[in-house]
Design a protein around this ligand. Structure first.
Ligand code: CA
Length: 364
């Protein structure tokens, strides 16, 4: 085709397309969806609140502005722990939190956030996306008019901050420790006194001696909170939160009311947000741990095998107790437990096997 006639043809096409657009009825214009996102985090809270912001931005950008998500920090639109109900009834279209906050709705929710001695971040993603977890989660949250997604992960957490060494199970007896969720029930069995405190109250409570110990997240968030100023020993591993999943839940009718391409965009944004948060935590945990040890002289300690074995046994009992609470919890537990069973062999020779091999030659 000669350039001249091509230009002519292309020009004609452009005019026709323009005319079609101009003459199109208004309903053909892309519909805009304005969504309110309620969160369980203080606005812009490092890692978690910023993770919610990032998810909102992904949805806005990927949809070319057809969905505009406005993020509200905890308490701005509804209190933190009313996010679930607010999205369920449609006061807001989308929420961001962690599933174990909703154990009052159903004990089964806890399997989708963190289980002591449960699954790490890679395994949680495996279970949810390929091991039947998402279907069960949909069934569970569907009862509340919600569509749930894995939208972030802290990776494995740390065991916590202590002002005395924990050498035997006796050292845990009577210890007042901030610990949420199923980990708190395990600590209770060990004779400690778990205390539930929101993030902002932990530092002053540890400083005043109102609590003896605390867990929070990992080096990144714990450095930001300054726990090294009021506690000396930093224990690992975070047996109680091996790969905590951050969730986003969408009002089911709002999600199903989206055209298919926007549903796909929201779903893809959730997956991208999961990887992004895990990547951020990995990078910042690495550098923050170095800073805690070299700059702030934090003493790192590992719980002994004996302590971990006993906590593991208590965890088994606690989680089996969750399964007994109702039929749905039993169904989710069975799926989770069989995935964990399968994960153990590959986990040991895969990630753990490699890490141990690397440590033979390469030191920090
Ligand atoms: Ca934690």
């Amino acid at each position: 085709m000669e350039r001249r006639s091509f230009m002519k043809k292309a020009g004609t096409g452009a005019i026709i397309a323009g005319a079609a657009l101009a003459g199109a009825p208004a309903v053909h214009a892309a519909k805009k969806y304005r969504w309110k996102m309620v969160t369980t985090w203080p606005k812009n809270f490092p890692g978690l609140g910023t993770g919610a912001n990032h998810l909102a931005k992904l949805i806005n950008d990927m949809s070319g502005g057809r969905i505009v998500v406005k993020v509200y920090g905890a308490g701005e639109l509804v209190p933190a722990f009313e996010s679930f109900d607010a999205v369920s009834r449609g006061t807001a279209e989308i929420g961001h939190g962690a599933a174990y906050y909703w154990k009052g709705k159903s004990a089964a929710t806890q399997f989708f956030a963190a289980v002591p001695f449960g699954l790490n971040a890679q395994e949680m993603a495996g279970w949810i996306h390929y091991g039947g977890g998402q279907q069960l989660w949909d069934e569970l949250y569907g009862q509340f008019n919600l569509k749930p997604f894995a939208a972030g992960s802290t990776g494995v957490q740390m065991g916590g901050w202590f002002n005395k060494e924990i050498n035997t199970m006796d050292d845990l007896k009577g210890l007042k420790m901030r610990m949420p969720g199923l980990g708190a029930e395990v600590l209770s069995k060990a004779g400690a006194t778990p205390v539930s405190l929101p993030g902002g109250e932990i530092f002053p409570s540890l400083q005043s001696g109102a609590i003896d110990a605390t867990e929070w997240v990992g080096p990144y968030n714990d450095l930001a909170f300054g726990f090294y100023r009021v506690a000396k020993y930093y224990y690992w591993p975070g047996w109680h939160e091996p790969g905590t999943v951050l969730e986003s839940f969408v009002n089911k009718k709002a999600f199903e009311g989206l055209p298919k391409d926007l549903q796909a965009i929201v779903t893809a944004a959730m997956g991208a947000a999961y990887v992004d948060m895990l990547s951020e935590f990995t990078t910042k945990n690495n550098s923050s741990l170095v800073e805690l040890v070299t700059k702030h002289n934090v003493v790192l300690k590992r719980f002994s095998d004996d302590i971990l074995k006993k906590l593991g046994q208590f965890s088994k009992e606690v989680v089996e107790g969750v399964a007994e609470q109702d039929a749905m919890s039993k169904k989710v537990y069975d799926s989770f437990n069989s995935f964990r069973k399968q994960s153990i062999s590959w986990g040991e020779i895969g990630e753990v096997g490699f890490s141990l091999a690397r440590a033979l030659t390469f030191k920090s």
